[in-house]
Write a protein that binds this ligand. Structure first.
Ligand code: GDP
Length: 198
């Protein structure tokens, strides 16, 4: 897929206030600092469409970006902050959950995982929750330029093994680097394939 245009549309904390034009949506979510903003900017070839934030918990909004006047790329807040209060965190999780559960145009959620880390409880729990709620998702491993290919294979294998304890089959898995743009075509082509089915 060629990205011809990418523009910010709207931010909010209520899925009911998201655009009502029915365009299909693809959401991106992950722990803060996983490389979500960098990936969104890499995919859309924009320097700062998504704000790369050094401060965990700063961008707690559902952000819609309109791509090619055809679909929305949805930047969801990072989950699992250590630095926000328990109350703020609960509210924050509820509105993301409400969006993921109720948002009809949402076709797929990309769960971002740091390729340098062993399987993380919070990510596994989030994906299990998606499974329970029947929210379709794919896994994107980020920052693969930061490790050797053998380390990457080892970490991917550990993740797959852990997932297969709970799942009969694995979701689509992508490996990416916002530095080298590795994985860009594969992710965009995957989105394009799903768009063809609607
Ligand atoms: P977010 O909080 O998930 O939006 O993460 P950011 O996109 O702000 O990235 C967090 C940090 O990781 C920043 O310092 C980025 O420069 C760095 N980063 C993100 N993606 C990559 C990548 O693919 N390769 C490398 N080497 N660094 C990355």
């Amino acid at each position: 897929m060629n990205i011809k245009s990418a523009a910010f549309k709207i931010s909010n904390t209520d899925y009911k206030l998201c655009p009502e034009d029915g365009k299909p949506e693809f959401a991106f979510i992950g722990r803060s600092n996983v490389g979500k903003s960098s990936l969104i900017n890499m995919l859309t070839q924009q320097k700062s469409l998504a704000k790369t934030s050094g401060t965990p918990g700063k961008t707690q909004l559902i952000n819609h970006f309109e791509i090619n006047n055809e679909w929305y790329l949805v930047d969801l807040p990072g989950y699992g902050y250590a630095k926000v209060s328990k109350k703020a965190r609960t509210v924050f999780e509820e509105f993301i959950a409400a969006y993921l559960i109720n948002r009809n145009p949402l076709l797929n959620t990309f769960v971002l995982l740091d390729s340098r880390l062993p399987p993380q409880k919070i990510d596994l729990e989030f994906m299990s929750w998606c499974g329970e709620k029947q929210i379709p998702f794919s896994m994107i491993f980020t920052k693969i330029d930061k490790l050797s290919s053998s380390e990457l294979q080892k970490n991917l294998a550990a993740y797959k093994k852990e997932m297969l304890k709970y799942w009969e089959s694995l979701p689509p898995i992508f490996t990416t680097s916002s530095e080298s743009k590795f994985g860009r075509e594969k992710v965009l082509n995957y989105i394009e394939e799903i768009l063809k089915t609607v």
